[in-house]
Design a protein around this ligand. Structure first.
Ligand SMILES: NC(=O)C1=CN([C@@H]2O[C@H](COP(=O)(O)OP(=O)(O)OC[C@H]3O[C@@H](n4cnc5c(N)ncnc54)[C@H](O)[C@@H]3O)[C@@H](O)[C@H]2O)C=CC1
Ligand SMILES: O=C([O-])CC(=O)C(=O)O
Length: 334
């Protein structure tokens, strides 16, 4: 009796009740990300899919007494379709991570087809879901998802996101370390893309515009190549997983806050962007206001210093190639 009442009370038809699906849920990112999503009270239905161990991770996470129902899925018995059906948000951390000496682009050959195939399943089973792509190289995997969704006639540019939140977290942390401030109070807008020189933190828009040149350059370099620090330290066992899980949970949470109609939900993300389309750059990361239909507003970059303008111009040169690579891949390998 009690159980039936509890189920009804938290049924997914209620307001603020969402199904979130994680594709790649048993991986280094997927597991802690699933844990953090289990702690988000807006998530009432959590679907965890992986090639292996989806059921195991789900059984584990499901014992936490929050309001969501957790289910695990594998490729057998149409598990991917079942995991996706009815999803409001799909988060994709499936794919291989870097080893020392590799760039994110070196992951393209393996991850492009993984992401393409998962995007096909999203198109078929959750065409209205907001899709948040974590799998690298983000600058190319996001265009891959867009091309697949377009080919299936279900592309909604307002509901596709490349997750760049880890660059935002690192910026807050690293800036606070050089400025001697509280990292929780440092908010840094990061624009461009998610790899090396395409990552452009806008330090001039913080309270620390007067850092000396050497400190500023070292800070920007550390933010751009922060991922390498973790890859080196893990020495062949992968890249950032725990900080990325926090970043992914924060971004998925922001999408849910937007869907729920909360005011002023703003996060940087790599989205289908009007900012530089005239220059042939279809996707760009900048601050985005999230709303009930996904992207509500793509913010422009605001005022930049000459140095930041240079950094953005350099980022664009690489971005345009990374984006085209993703588009060409789907054209050649539909
Ligand atoms: N956007 C960002 O800021 C960041 C992105 N990443 C990227 O995230 C990805 C995942 O990283 P980790 O979790 O560390 O890797 P991992 O190897 O620990 O986990 C990947 C998981 O994906 C699963 N998987 C592979 N193919 C799949 C498929 N077709 N369907 C479902 N699941 C599949 C694997 O079974 C594995 O459990 C990598 O590409 C990495 O470069 C990592 C850190 C930050
Ligand atoms: O560095 C990597 O390969 C993983 C990643 O994207 C990050 O940590 O920012």
């Amino acid at each position: 009796m009690f159980r039936r009442i509890a189920t009804r009370q938290f049924s997914s038809s209620a307001a603020n009740a969402y199904k979130v699906t994680v594709l790649g849920a048993a991986g280094g990112i997927g597991q802690p990300l699933s844990l953090l999503l289990k702690l988000n009270h807006k998530v009432t239905d959590l679907a965890l899919y992986d090639l292996r161990l989806g059921a195991g991770v789900a059984a584990d996470v499901s014992h936490i007494p929050t309001n969501s129902t957790v289910k695990g899925y594998g490729p057998e018995e149409d598990g991917l379709a079942k995991a996706l059906t009815g999803a409001d948000v799909v988060v994709i951390p499936a794919g291989v991570p870097r080893k020392p000496g590799m760039t994110r682009d070196d992951l393209f050959n393996t991850n492009a087809s993984i992401v393409r195939d998962l995007a096909k399943a999203v198109a078929d089973n959750a065409p209205n879901a907001a899709v948040a792509v974590i799998s690298n190289p983000v600058n190319s995997t996001v265009p891959i998802v867009a091309e697949v969704l377009k080919s299936k006639g279900v592309y909604n540019p307002k509901k596709l996101f490349g997750v760049t939140t880890l660059d935002v977290l690192r910026s807050s942390r690293f800036l606070s370390e050089v400025a001697g401030t509280d990292p929780t109070q440092e908010v840094v807008s990061v624009v461009g893309g998610h790899s090396g020189i395409t990552i452009v933190p806008l330090i001039s828009q913080t309270n620390h515009k007067n850092l000396d040149k050497e400190t500023y350059e070292a800070l920007v370099h550390r933010i751009q190549f922060g991922g390498d620090e973790v890859v080196q330290a893990k020495a062949g066992a992968g890249s950032a997983t725990l900080s990325m899980a926090q970043a992914g949970a924060r971004f998925a949470g922001a999408i849910l806050n937007g869907l729920a109609g909360e005011a002023d939900v703003v996060e940087p993300s790599f989205v289908d962007s009007p900012l530089f389309k005239k220059e042939g750059i279809e996707f760009f990361s900048s601050k985005v206001t999230l709303g009930t239909e996904g992207v509500k507003t793509v913010h422009d970059l605001g005022e930049l210093t000459n140095v930041e303008t240079e950094l953005v111009n350099t980022a664009k040169e690489t971005l345009v190639k990374n984006i085209q690579k993703g588009i060409d891949f789907v054209k050649a390998n539909p």
